[in-house]
Design a protein around this ligand. Sequence first.
Ligand code: MTE
Length: 338
Amino acid sequence: MLINIPTKNTLKDCNVTDESVYLERRSLLKKMGFLGASAVMSSAITSTAQAGFFSDDDKEKVKFQTKALNFSKDSTNEHLLRTPENKVISHNNFYEFGAQKDQPLALSQGFDVAPWQLKISGECDNPITLDYDNLTNMFPLEERIYRLRCVEAWSMVIPWIGFSLAGLLKKVAPNSRAKYVAFETLHDPKQMPGQADRRLGGGLIFPYVEALRIDEAMNALTLMSVGLYGKTLPPQNGAPIRLVVPWKYGFKSIKSIVGIKLLEHKPPTTWNKLAPKEYGFYANVNPNHDHPRWSQASERSITTGGLFSRNRVATLPFNGYGEEVADLYKGMDLSKNF
Ligand code: MTE
């Protein structure tokens, strides 16, 4: 049975509680027959109600060894108040390790990231394959403190470490047919239990795939991240390498990438394929374009409030990065191209 779905107009900003978003997401997957014992996408309520934020029990779950990185500090965004590290690494969306917020931490600590190969191919003159050491040695690493806004209406501020995607793409020399950049996550059901068990994986079709237009990929803000908080990425945040696109909803920022392909035509993307009316290809953060079943006008800041605090802040167009990216969408109707 479906949980009652309020229409767009009956859901005002002030009553978009975390729980309503959670239940709405559950109802979608339930409708599609995938919601069983595991919860879906927005399961903060259940998971943290059980564990609190990074309780002593959680600390015992951190077995994966991260390494310190050398990087240049982000002085531009130093003013942003960071989300505590323990929250960043314990409240995750990574369906390959389970659809509940606490499952990626609990189920990924044995993840083997080496050897790793990232293949960059397609419409380019110099396709390359990077191995694990290349990921942290090939480019000087820099810190970028960015806001992350999830489509579920919660947000964090994270000090990522990485290098610009533009620099990497220039190395492969895209040709004139390259209009899109497609990304693919590792497919390894032995290591990623959500890929082996469709219920645990929330019914997503794997491998998880995402894509950007080439001009979005070349924008100076678009980051390939290999670390956070001064260390290499833990598995639950997308080790050993992930994308970070700060002006888009978090689902565009694909984790644990093994393939990047330059393409002439727009490729399919995971959440858009699953529910095209709910998750657009662009997924630019837009407080004026509600999700069909909840408002996107505000968000719960995990940085400044506890999980259950009603600490809501207004959502900004392009997540506050409009000055840097609005020009990419000049002349486009953003409610049609959502
Ligand atoms: N990448 C893969 N491969 N699988 C996923 O389930 N979830 C996305 C994105 N990247 C996801 C993914 C979503 S919905 C969000 S909000 C962000 O990762 C969350 O990143 P974080 O857990 O590091 O905060």
